[in-house]
Design a protein around this ligand. Structure first.
Ligand code: UDP
Length: 495
């Protein structure tokens, strides 16, 4: 039965943010809090199967559907998710379209009595802070990143040491529990924006997000004690305890249908043949290679990846997302005869892969990942070692966490961030030999490989425990809900 609490969840319309937000909505609703998620028609279709199953199971979840004015902002009709953008040059238009949801949302809130007890918003929607302020509702943010990233970002903002450096200069990330080295060109866009006009435009957006973030009531994080405890402790201290680590979210999807449809209801079509293929492979023998929802490798970079996997001689699954370059990639696949050469040993997925379902299969032995935070934590939950190939955003931080702190990763050797939309300028960063070498290393049967596998399996168990009844994430979730309850009571007394 639902309690008297009601939370409003506002996701960024982008799979890497919406997927964990949907999981989080289910998680909070499991604790008898009514949660309304703001959604648009196309996303309601894409994520609706999972949400409606949760509602049918009795969870107090509501959908608040708002029209998305894509065409008013120069976006193709029906373009309601960042991964639908024909080019990332349209990101500015997309965010402008998102900001117009403020008015209809405020109209709904005006009518609502009582108001929600808290707004959980993606931090990349700073206009939601204005909504929260107007209606005097605590604004809790979620940005789908680790405490390692939060702490590293905070410390860099305070120290500004990156400002005096050139791109190739090496720095030690200030104030972290471990000595983490990286070059300036591997830092996220906030510290390493590049010189393009788009970069300059983005700078002010990032700064606005950062300013709003500092005003947040608190922060929810998809992470858990036991994986990055020292980073969590430090970050909680910094935020006076108003940080709640309630992950890992992907583990909440316990049935195969939810796993198969996580992120796209249609991926169920792909997943059936893929799972049948995996059933034929031996335990821990397959490398699963995927770059998340936004990265589009250039055809030349894709070729190096494909040939590297072929050279490694391991069975593999390769997720192909070419975006506007799909035709070129398909042409190469066809003319080069790649698919027929790797027939039986390589399985290609075009479009959306049921990642969490695939990773949970006993045949998967390693995950070649772009180190998006969701993918990184899903790799941890699956208990598999990873080949790390960061692309953009904070992904080099995640690589350092996986390789250096957790000890479960092998670097492919990426050298610098490739900002979304600037892939062509980056040329080929990683050669087929690098891919092959990293694949052999991660699958290595010697002591080093075995150590990585032992650590990965251990972390899987720690992740499972975190969300059990006595687990740290359960504890933090209860702490969060009680905090909001108390805040509401105090507000009523004072009001
Ligand atoms: N994902 C998936 N199938 C795909 C691509 C991505 O299920 O074909 C999911 C993946 O499991 C993860 C999310 O989409 O939950 C991607 O988030 P991440 O932070 O890893 O990377 P991003 O897409 O934001 O770069």
């Amino acid at each position: 039965m639902a309690s008297d609490l009601h939370f409003l969840a506002i996701p960024l319309l982008c799979p890497g943010h919406l997927i964990p937000m949907v999981d989080m909505v289910k998680l909070i609703a499991q604790h008898s809090v009514t949660v309304t998620i703001v959604i648009t028609p196309r996303n309601s279709d894409r994520y609706g199967a999972v949400l409606h199953r949760a509602i049918a199971s009795g969870l107090p979840i509501k959908l608040l559907q708002l029209e998305f004015p894509a065409s008013d902002h120069g976006l193709p009709d029906g373009c309601e998710s960042v991964d639908d953008l024909p080019t990332f040059d349209l990101s500015k238009n997309f965010f402008a379209a998102c900001a117009t949801l403020q008015k209809p949302l405020e109209e709904v809130l005006l009518e609502l009595n009582p108001k929600p007890n808290c707004i959980i918003s993606d931090k990349h929607l700073p206009w939601t802070f204005e909504v929260a302020k107007k209606f005097q509702i605590p604004w809790v943010i979620f940005d789908g990143m680790s405490c390692f990233t939060q702490l590293a970002t905070h410390n860099l903002c305070v120290s500004n040491i990156h400002e005096k450096l050139t791109d190739s200069d090496m720095l030690i990330l200030p104030g972290l529990p471990d000595k983490i080295r990286m070059t300036k060109s591997q830092l996220p866009g906030l510290f390493n924006p590049g010189n393009s006009t788009k970069a300059k435009e983005l700078k002010s957006v990032r700064e606005r997000v950062r300013e709003a973030e500092l005003e947040a009531y608190g922060m929810l994080i998809n992470s858990f004690e036991g994986m990055e405890s020292r980073y969590i402790d430090e970050f909680k201290k910094l935020k006076q305890g108003k940080v709640w680590c309630i992950g890992p979210f992907s583990n909440l999807n316990t049935n195969d249908l939810d796993r198969a449809q996580r992120g796209s209801k249609d991926s169920i079509n792909n997943s059936h043949s893929c799972m049948k293929w995996l059933d034929l492979q031996s335990d821990h023998s397959v490398i699963y290679a995927s770059f998340g929802s936004l990265t589009r490798l250039t055809p030349l970079q894709f070729i190096e990846l494909a040939l590297g996997l072929e050279d490694s001689n391991f069975p593999f699954i390769l997720v192909v997302k070419g975006g506007s370059r799909t035709e070129e990639i398909e042409q190469w696949l066809d003319e080069n005869g790649f698919e027929s050469r790797v027939k039986g040993r390589g399985f290609l997925i075009r479009g959306w892969a049921s990642q969490v379902l695939i990773l949970s299969h006993r045949a998967v032995g390693a995950f070649l990942t772009h180190c998006g935070w969701n993918s990184s934590i899903e790799g941890v939950c699956a208990g598999v070692p990873m080949v790390t190939w960061p692309q953009f955003g904070e992904q080099f931080f995640n690589e350092r966490l996986v390789v250096q702190v957790l000890g479960t990763g092998v670097e492919v050797g990426a050298q610098r961030v490739i900002h979304l939309g600037e892939e062509d300028a980056a040329q080929i960063q990683v050669k087929r030999d690098d891919v092959c070498r990293a694949a052999k290393k991660v699958m290595d049967e010697g002591k080093e490989g075995e150590d990585r596998r032992i650590k990965a399996k251990h972390l899987k168990r720690v992740a499972e425990k975190a969300i059990e009844e006595e687990g740290s994430s359960k504890f933090d979730l209860n702490r969060f809900i009680e905090d909001i309850r108390l805040h509401t009571i105090k507000g009523h007394v004072v009001g």
